[in-house]
Design a protein around this ligand. Structure first.
Ligand SMILES: Nc1ncnc2c1ncn2[C@@H]1O[C@H](COP(=O)(O)OP(=O)(O)OP(=O)(O)O)[C@@H](O)[C@H]1O
Ligand SMILES: [Mg+2]
Length: 256
């Protein structure tokens, strides 16, 4: 399925959760926009047949910094697969947006050589349950090694100080997975999707809290070389390193 080049300096960020609508494309586009602002030109690889990130790139205003798009969900007869999926040599940050449903082989391929894996989670019982299966698959099927500390959760469309947020925290605590940011439910994200922009490219006074949370994600992503070497370098909202207790322990779910 996927043939991304092995390159030591490639920061390959995979965003996945088979649960539809949890915010994968929103995260991919907003992280890409942040990297585009700081440079060099990042790339987005779009594996979702819905083509959401590709469509977002097409809507992107010309005057904004460039983001390279790779349409991975289409198979073309005109070029070899590796040519179609080639990542420009000068790309440092590669975002991989994944589809809602994904089989085990694709999960292994998508996450191979990744430096970071982000799982966006919405705070409902059903979403938390789906996220627990996703994280279990990452650890047991894709053999993501906790010692690499590359796996983190972003709580999306969430308010802190709510029962559902507390439940999400308890669940992630039981798995030892860090929550690195909490994105609120905001029309800013809807507008940024419609306009081909990242929230960091919108009017600063409207998006301040959203940009602050996105910056936490960027800081965590940029720390990937240190994360591997030094667990103390990790900061997260629930104070977790990715080395935690066994995923095989059944998480407890409270009421919604
Ligand atoms: N924090 C947020 N606040 C408000 N709306 C949001 C937020 N995050 C995502 N959305 C909206 O929720 C919808 C689903 O988000 P998105 O497309 O990013 O999810 P997805 O996981 O990529 O979905 P799919 O599984 O279908 O690919 C979109 O309309 C998006 O604009
Ligand atoms: Mg999507």
């Amino acid at each position: 399925m996927l043939i991304t080049p092995r390159r030591d300096n490639l920061n390959k960020i995979v965003i996945l959760n088979p649960k539809g609508g949890c915010g994968k494309s929103t995260l991919a586009t907003n992280i890409a926009a942040s990297y585009a602002q700081s440079g060099p030109t990042p790339a987005i690889m779009d594996y979702d047949p819905q083509g959401s990130t590709t469509a977002w790139l097409e809507r992107r205003p010309e005057e904004l910094p460039e983001i390279h798009g790779i349409v991975a969900y289409k198979k073309t007869m005109q070029a070899t697969r590796s040519w179609q999926l080639r990542v420009p040599n000068d790309t440092v940050n590669l975002l991989v947006d994944s589809p809602a449903s994904i089989n085990h082989d694709d999960l292994r391929e998508l996450t191979r050589d990744s430096t970071s894996i982000l799982v966006p989670v919405l705070p409902s019982s059903m979403d938390i349950h789906a996220a627990s299966r996703c994280i279990a698959d990452l650890l047991l099927v894709a053999k993501v090694d906790r010692r690499d500390r590359k796996l983190a959760v972003v709580a999306n469309r969430t308010r802190k100080n709510t029962k559902s947020f507390a439940k999400l925290m308890r669940f992630l605590d039981s798995l030892g997975i860090p929550i690195i940011a909490v994105l609120r439910d905001s029309q800013n994200f809807v507008r940024s999707a419609e306009e081909g922009m990242g929230i960091c490219e919108m009017q600063p006074s409207r998006v301040k809290p959203d940009v602050a949370e996105m910056n936490k994600i960027i800081d965590w992503l940029n720390a990937w070389p240190q994360r591997r070497r030094d667990p103390a370098a990790i900061t997260s909202i629930n104070g977790k390193s990715t080395v935690g207790r066994s995923i095989l322990r059944r998480p407890r779910f409270g009421s919604a």
